[in-house]
Design a protein around this ligand. Structure first.
Ligand SMILES: Nc1ncnc2c1ncn2[C@@H]1O[C@H](COP(=O)(O)OP(=O)(O)OP(=O)(O)O)[C@@H](O)[C@H]1O
Ligand SMILES: [Mg+2]
Length: 233
């Protein structure tokens, strides 16, 4: 569904991605690595917010390397950013409806999509009139995921969804992601590798803008280097 080949990207003179390749097919993929490794930058290149110096990005059989962001979104890429970026002064419902903008969906599709998102996150239905800024951290994260789903994406990208959440909420969110991967491709960046490996089918380890290791979830979970560096044994 998504194929990144040899991606290089920089901010000015600072080289961040050094020729990185990654594939998301069916199912879900994790991208793990320390702070500053280039995870968010990679997501921004997938969205077209950071241009590639060289390399190629193919999504859904189309070369999108030089396409503008809004076209990539229309093709079915939806991102839950690391900073949640909700509209705090708008209601839960209004935030969700905004998620359906700039998509091929018609206005008539919105009520049904909304029902589907409410079915996944019942708390959002309960709180539909509440201002987003007054939700708890966990509820805001659910809303951010719900809003991304309102676009009916083919690929859902989540940038560190567990950040700042207590373990039980992380567990709940990851259970939901696990169910969701049956319907939509999922790419997750995470520092919480242990929870993630429960959900993803395969994973990549990124360090200093390079993929240093990849494999299916079982392989990574039993890899001594991954255990030492990321599973805190
Ligand atoms: N807009 C920018 N301008 C200049 N440098 C940037 C910019 N954004 C990121 N960087 C640098 O690029 C490198 C990779 O940052 P990035 O945010 O992609 O890392 P990350 O893996 O997402 O880290 P984290 O786990 O902390 O979110 C860092 O050294 C960072 O300082
Ligand atoms: Mg990041």
């Amino acid at each position: 569904m998504l194929s990144i080949k040899n991606a290089k990207a920089a901010y000015g003179k600072i080289q961040v991605l050094h020729g990185l390749s990654l594939d998301v097919g069916r199912g879900s993929v994790g991208l793990f690595g320390p702070n500053g490794a280039g995870k968010t930058t990679l997501i921004n290149t997938i969205l077209g917010l950071v241009p590639l110096q060289s390399g190629k990005i193919v999504f859904d059989f189309k070369d999108v390397t030089t396409r503008p962001t809004h076209e990539r979104v229309r093709l079915g890429i939806s991102v839950v950013p690391q900073e949640r970026e909700l509209f705090p002064w708008l209601s839960v419902y209004e935030n969700l409806v905004i998620g359906a903008e700039n998509t091929p969906l018609g206005r008539d599709d919105i009520p049904q999509t909304l029902e589907e998102v409410y079915a996944i996150f019942p708390i959002l239905r309960e709180r539909h009139g509440q201002l987003a800024g007054t939700l708890s951290g966990g509820q805001q994260r659910m809303l951010a995921v719900g809003r991304a789903l309102m676009a009916r994406p083919k690929l859902l990208i989540l940038d560190e969804p567990s950040l700042g959440l207590q373990p039980s909420i992380v567990h709940e969110l990851f259970n939901i992601l696990k169910e969701m991967k049956e319907r939509v491709g999922v790419l997750i960046t995470e520092q919480n590798v242990r929870e993630s490996l429960r959900v993803v089918d395969k994973g990549y380890i990124i360090e200093n803008g390079r993929i240093v290791l990849s494999g299916n979830a079982d392989e990574l979970a039993s890899n001594p280097e991954v255990e030492k560096a990321y599973l805190g044994l």
